[in-house]
Structure formats: structure tokens, C-alpha cells
Design a protein around this ligand. Structure first.
Ligand code: 3HC
Ligand code: NAI
Length: 684
């Protein structure tokens, strides 16, 4: 079948796009659709045209891989205007995920019919863009400015019933989409329904709608250019005639397309998909079946991990040290579901059917049938080894035994079993049921099949997986350790908690280092360091942390940490400054005024340097994997594309020079540039 073909059904032409996997609107598709539209618009025996797609979805958007290349005619905007101008009814039949340019294409048609399970949306903001083929002009005309603003600035897709309520579609199809589209089109012809062109409609909005919307999304869209540009474009749809509004949209789109933000966000889009491609794994690699799961340890992480599998419809056994602890874990999970019910995210019935899949136990004998067992007990090698020795006795042959350890050596954990090849790291991020990343820690004995199964598990629970080798902290926490070390040292050297946090927040991180430690619990890091040889980290950097924890100040959970918490307010904790002065003196560190630029560079450049070392050592497969881990695991601003993409933006030579300067000022221990970084910088 060619990429665009037409079949005739009585007086109807059915144009079918077949461009797997997602029918992206590449040049060949645009050209094919344009030609077929033209031909069928002129045929006397054709009274109406249906536009639909083969495969798993209607068009999922413009072809992102064509962005940045010289445009080839017809462009999507021109094709869209051509379709709307057609003098015969054009009906879009939508299935799968009709997104971005695909949705804009559908909006240029005169009628839309949609499969009940399909979705439509304009996700361009996730790529640092706005809809650039009239979406910001047509959607408000169809559903009103506010609803359009919501869809365009959130980038969220909506289901068929909501699309119907909003007036986006004219009919739902619950049976065979093609047949339903034919019946619907014949009905339109029979009733002599008019050709409905959305660009002919007008849209009005209250004067304050746009300012209110700007305020509403300020926090969420902090640092991003695209949401504001989207608001300006929708404002143009209200205030200007269609053609002039289009010009505003195109100017905004063009500016964003060449912006470093969109380039960074597009880099992450492909990086997330690339992460799943592992050199020794392909479609023929056998994967094990995962139909039942168990989680060992029902603490913060164990409960979150269990929820992932419950949500995927799998039975979960959650094992704790006692029946009381098992009950407490069940309560914790129930509370999380109840809160979702209260927020209207799931129904009471859905909660009940999901919770029916959970069994909380305190006996290892009950784990004999599970396909996958994930350990999430205390971060202590001896405890983990004991757990794995028991799992080795109880688990069936072929079961996958996984650890959620944050830092520990997974090879060593695996060695406590008689089947080390079946032990793998599945490192979740907190809160485990929300954070989208899964770090798969591949040991020296794991076969491609185990890793392929781990990738399948990630897909099953909707995570983006990145494979890491074994080292202290893997990709994610090894990098995070450097970042937090620099923040700790800067505190001793004279920067305040507030200055460091504000600088990192302004850089685009979701929160500052110390705010994050207070939220997670400062004691977690202290416990992790207690498990490490003391010469493997910078003791001085964490003395304030240790001291606070020794005095019972563990962060938000105790009402005091790097900040004081009172009546929902976050206040300065003067004790931290005193401690910083004390430990600076003890370590012979001269306190001084520190610029925000130095804070940013030391915290971010150490991430970059460590990222390169991680690749140099073969822990990460590629630079883009490091970007995905830090963007998805720790909220590195997506508009900067991840630390290593950002490094290219700054210039690798500049970074090497800075690292060498820091090495002179603060010692080579933490500031020796990675060989790979130097090598790449020399190629610049
Ligand atoms: N352009 C080019 N390639 C695309 C693409 C697109 N719009 N959408 C998906 N792909 C590719 C992916 O890179 C992947 O390639 P790979 O197999 O080589 O890794 C392949 O298609 C399959 O994609 P997924 O792995 O993401 O498949 P899923 O089934 O998990 O998801 C999807 C399908 C929901 C459609 C998801 O791919 C997606 O969200 N795509 C992007 C949609 C989007 O952002 N559209 C807007 C584009 S910008 C635009 O239209 C501008 C316009 O306004 C002018
Ligand atoms: P936690 O202290 O909240 O929970 C641990 C649970 O394990 C406790 O409920 C405890 O009763 C139970 N437990 C201890 N020994 C057990 C045993 N032998 N059998 C069954 N249950 C046992 O700890 P948390 O934070 O959930 O961490 C668990 C693991 O996850 C650790 O390895 C940690 O490093 C890792 N991790 C933690 C993250 C976090 O942000 N908290 C993030 C990612 C990984």
C-alpha cells in the first residue's frame, strides 16, 4: 500500500494515510493527501471525501524529525487551508491518538467522527512549541477561548466523550469506524448538510480571560516560553480576523521552533524513545511473562511500587516484617487511593476492584508463585542480602528478583542468591507511583532476556526506562550526590540556604537543593552516607546535614531542617548559618560572598562532568540517557534538554575551562574533568 491511497465507496472517496508507526505528517504524506484531495475534489462521481488512517492511529502530528530541515511544499498549513477550501464535504474519521498537526488536519475537515476509545490533543507545548498549523486559530473558534487555552497550554489529550461535549466532534463511533464514517457521510449528503468551515466562525471572550489564564498557569509554566506564546496566539484568534490571527500564530511558532527551549525539549522527546533501544536486545529477544508480582517492604517506596502494578491490573503481594506492619502498608496504599477518589481521579468502584488485587502478608512462604519480586527494604547491604537469600529459597525458578536499592552494589546483592543472573535493579523514584522514570540496573550476569523483560515491565507500568550499569548510585544518584555535595560546600563557603535554593530554582529546578532535602528527609541521605566508606564522599559538605539530624531536625516531617516550618510557612532556620560558620572554621574554609553565577556553575557543571564520567566508564550507554535520567528523575528543566544537552548549548570548551579553574581553586578531587568531556570539547 502506498503512503496515501484512495478507495471509492459508491459516491465517496476514502483517502487513507498509511505511514507507520504513528502516521506522522511527513512530506510524502502531505504531498499524497494534497494530490488525492485535488483529484477527488474534481471527480464528478465523488460527492464527499473521508480522510482516515491505517494502523494504530490517525496522524499523531507533524513529523518532528523534519523540524529544523528546509521546509518542503506543501507545508502543513497550506495543506490544511486546501482541505478546508474543498467544495465537497470532507469528513475526518479519527482513531488512536490524533495529536498536534494531526488534530489540526482534522479541524480543517468539515465534520469529524471519532472512535469512542480515541483521543485528541495539541501536545506541542511539550516540544516547546505551539500548534503551528492553525490549531490556535481554529480550536478557539470551535470550543471557545477558555477551553482551547486549557487544551493548548496543558498539552493534555482528551477522550472522545469530552471531545463530544466540547463540540469538537460531530459523531462517536463505537463499532467499525470506516463503516460508521460512511453512514455518517451519506447522512450528511442526504440531509444536504452545509460544508462547515471552522475558520468562518467567530470567537469572543471576556476581556479578562487571558490575563486570568496567564496568572493561573504562571507557576506551572515557569521558565517555559511556549505557554505564553500560545496565550498570545489564542488572544489573536479572538481579536483579529482569521488570516491575521494565522500570521500571529506562524510568527510565534517560527520563533519557538528555532529557540533553544524547543530544541532541548525535542531532544528529550527522541532521547526518551532512544533509551529503550539496547544494542544486544531486539524484537526477537525472548521476554519472560509477568502476571503476578510481590513487593518486599511496605515503606515509602514499597507502597508506591505496589501501586504501579495494581494500576496495571496485576495482583500484588506486599510483604512486611509483621502483620501489623503489613496492615499499616495496606492502610497507606488505601489512603493514596482514597485521596484519588476524593479528587475525582478514579471512581470508588475502580478503587475497590484495584485494591482487591492487593494482599498484604508477613510470610515468605506465600511468594512461591510470583513472576516478579521487587525488594524495597532498608538501604542496608546485610538486610538486603538476607532478604535475597530467602527469596532465592522461596521464589519459583524463572522469577525475576529485583532490588530498588538507591546506591548499593547490585552484583553483590545478586551474589547472595544461587541465581545471580535473575537478579536485577529496578530503581524507582519517589513518589514511585507518580515519578515517570525507571532506572534498570543491569548486572554483570544479566542476560539480554532479563533486561528485555525489565524494559517490558517498565512499559507495563507506563514508565520511561533507562538502563544503567552497576556503580555507586547508578546514573541518577551518582550525579545527584555531586550536585548535593557542591550545594553543601557552597553553604560552608558563605552562600546562604536561601541564596543557593533560589539560584537553583531560578535555573529551572523544581525546587532548591535544601528545600528538596527537607521534603525528602535529611536523614535519608545521612543513612545512605553511613553505608559508604568515609573517603568516598566529602565529609565537610554534609556536616551541617549530620548535625541537624543528630538534633532531631530531619526536615519537614519534624517541622525543622534547613528551614523552619510553621503554619504552612517556610522560614529561615538561623541555626543552619551558625552551623555553617562553625564547620567552615573547623575545615579551614574561608567564608566569602559567593555570586549566583558561581552557585549555578558549580552545581550544574559537576553534574555535567559526572555525566560524562558515567558514559566514559560505560555505566550509561549514551549521552541522551543521562539527560533523560536527570530530567525525569530530578526535574532538570526540560527546556534545557538535560544536563549534557545543556552542556553543548553552553559549549564544552567553556565547561572544561571552568572545571579546570574550579580544580585550581577547590582542588582536583572533585574537579578533574572527564577524559571524554575533554575529548569532545576538543572536537568543537
Ligand atoms: N514525528 C516523528 N516521529 C514520531 C512522532 C512525530 N510526531 N510521534 C512519534 N514518533 C515516532 C517515535 O519517535 C517512535 O520512533 P521509534 O520507534 O523510532 O523510537 C515511534 O514514532 C513510536 O512512538 P512512541 O514510541 O512514542 O509510541 P507510543 O505508542 O508510545 O506513543 C504517541 C504514540 C502517543 C503518538 C507518541 O508517539 C507521541 O506522543 N508522539 C508525539 C505527538 C506530538 O507531539 N505531536 C505534535 C507534533 S508537533 C506538531 O504537530 C506541530 C504542528 O502543530 C505544526
Ligand atoms: P522505608 O524505611 O520507608 O521502608 C522500608 C520498609 O521495609 C519498612 O516498612 C520496613 O518495615 C520494611 N522492611 C525492612 N526489613 C524488611 C524485611 N526483611 N522484610 C520485609 N520488610 C522489611 O524505606 P524506603 O524509603 O521505602 O526505601 C526502601 C528502599 O528503596 C531503600 O533501598 C532505598 O534506598 C530505596 N529508595 C528510596 C527512595 C526514597 O526516596 N525514599 C527512592 C528510591 C529508592
Amino acid at each position: 500500500m502506498s503512503i496515501v491511497s484512495t478507495k471509492t465507496n459508491a459516491n465517496l472517496a476514502i483517502i487513507i494515510i498509511d505511514n507507520p508507526p504513528v502516521n506522522a505528517l511527513s512530506h510524502a504524506v502531505r504531498l499524497g493527501v494534497s494530490e488525492q484531495m485535488e483529484i477527488n475534489a474534481q471527480k464528478d462521481n465523488i460527492e464527499a471525501i473521508i480522510l482516515m488512517c491505517a494502523g494504530r492511529t490517525f496522524c499523531a502530528g507533524a513529523d518532528i524529525s523534519e523540524f529544523g530541515k528546509p521546509p518542503l511544499a506543501p507545508g502543513l498549513p497550506e495543506l490544511i487551508e486546501q482541505i478546508e477550501r474543498t467544495n465537497k464535504p470532507v469528513i475526518a474519521a479519527l482513531h488512536g491518538t490524533t495529536l498536534g498537526g494531526g488534530f489540526e488536519l482534522a479541524l480543517s475537515c468539515h465534520y469529524r467522527i471519532m472512535d469512542v476509545n480515541a483521543k485528541v490533543g495539541l501536545p506541542e507545548v511539550h516540544l516547546g512549541l505551539i500548534p503551528g498549523a492553525s490549531g490556535t486559530q481554529r480550536l478557539p473558534r470551535l470550543i471557545g477561548a477558555e477551553a482551547a487555552l486549557e487544551m493548548i497550554t496543558s498539552g493534555k489529550a482528551i477522550g472522545a466523550s469530552k471531545a463530544e461535549k466540547l463540540g469538537i466532534i460531530d459523531q462517536l463511533s463505537s463499532e467499525n469506524l470506516e463503516n460508521d464514517a460512511i453512514l455518517f457521510t451519506q447522512q450528511i449528503l442526504k440531509e444536504n448538510q452545509p460544508i462547515k468551515r471552522i475558520s468562518d466562525l467567530n470567537v469572543q471572550a471576556q476581556a479578562d480571560v487571558f490575563d486570568n489564564f496567564r496568572k493561573k498557569i504562571t507557576k506551572k509554566s515557569r521558565g517555559y516560553l511556549a505557554p505564553d506564546a500560545a496565550i498570545r496566539a489564542v488572544e489573536a484568534a479572538v481579536n483579529l480576523p482569521y488570516e491575521q490571527g494565522l500570521i500571529v500564530e506562524r510568527d510565534e511558532f517560527a520563533t519557538l521552533l528555532s529557540s533553544s527551549q524547543s530544541i532541548g525539549q525535542r531532544h528529550l522527546f527522541f532521547a526518551e524513545r532512544m533509551a529503550g533501544k539496547i544494542p544486544d536486545i531486539d524484537k526477537t529477544t525472548p521476554v519472560r511473562e509477568i502476571k503476578s508480582t510481590a513487593v518486599i517492604g511496605g515503606g515509602t517506596m514499597g507502597c508506591g511500587i505496589a501501586i504501579n502494578f495494581l494500576n496495571a491490573g496485576l495482583p500484588v503481594k506486599l510483604l512486611e516484617i509483621s502483620s501489623q506492619a503489613a496492615d499499616a502498608a495496606r492502610d497507606k496504599i488505601e489512603k493514596i487511593y482514597l485521596s484519588s477518589v476524593k479528587k475525582g481521579r478514579i471512581s470508588q468502584q475502580k478503587m475497590e476492584t484495584t485494591l482487591a488485587l492487593l494482599t498484604c502478608i508477613d510470610n515468605y512462604d506465600d511468594l512461591a508463585d510470583e513472576d516478579l519480586i521487587i525488594e524495597a527494604v532498608f538501604e542496608n547491604m546485610d538486610v538486603k542480602k538476607q532478604v535475597f537469600a530467602k527469596l532465592d529459597q522461596m521464589a519459583k525458578p524463572g522469577a525475576i528478583l529485583a532490588t530498588n536499592t538507591s546506591f548499593l552494589d547490585v552484583n553483590e546483592i545478586a551474589s547472595s542468591t544461587g541465581r545471580p543472573e535473575d537478579v536485577i535493579g529496578l530503581h524507582f523514584f519517589s513518589p514511585a507511583h507518580i515519578m515517570p522514570l525507571l532506572e534498570i540496573v543491569r548486572t554483570e550476569k544479566n542476560s539480554p532476556s532479563i533486561v528485555a523483560t525489565a524494559l517490558k515491565i517498565g512499559k507495563m507500568i507506563g514508565k520511561t526506562s533507562v538502563v544503567s550499569g552497576v556503580c555507586y548510585g547508578f546514573i541518577a544518584n551518582r550525579m545527584a550526590s555531586c550536585y548535593s555535595r557542591e550545594a553543601g560546600l557552597l553553604l560552608l563557603e558563605g552562600a546562604s540556604v536561601e541564596q543557593i535554593d533560589k539560584t537553583l530554582y531560578d535555573f529551572g529546578m523544581p525546587m532548591g537543593m535544601f528545600e528538596m532535602l527537607d521534603l525528602a528527609g535529611i536523614d535519608i541521605g545521612v543513612m545512605a552516607r553511613n553505608n559508604r566508606p568515609s573517603d568516598s564522599y566529602d565529609n565537610a559538605a554534609f556536616q551541617v546535614h549530620d548535625s541537624l539530624v543528630n538534633e532531631g531536625h530531619k526536615g519537614q516531617k519534624t517541622g525543622m531542617g534547613f528551614y523552619q516550618y510553621s503554619d504552612g510557612n517556610k522560614l529561615t532556620n538561623p541555626k543552619v548559618q551558625e552551623l555553617a560558620i562553625k564547620f567552615a572554621a573547623e575545615n579551614g574554609i574561608k567564608r566569602r560572598e559567593i555570586s549566583n553565577q558561581e552557585i549555578e556553575e558549580r552545581c550544574v557543571f559537576t553534574l555535567i562532568n559526572e555525566g560524562y564520567k558515567i558514559i566514559e566508564e560505560g555505566i550509561a550507554l549514551r549521552q541522551s540517557d543521562v539527560d533523560v535520567v536527570y530530567a525525569m528523575g530530578f526535574g532538570f528543566p526540560r527546556y534545557r534538554g538535560g544536563p549534557l544537552h545543556y552542556a553543548n548549548h553552553i559549549g564544552l570548551k567553556v565547561i572544561v575551562e571552568k572545571i579546570e579553574k574550579f580544580a585550581k581553586l577547590y582542588g582536583a578531587r572533585w574537579w578533574t574533568p572527564s577524559k571524554l568531556l575533554i575529548e569532545q570539547a576538543n572536537k568543537e
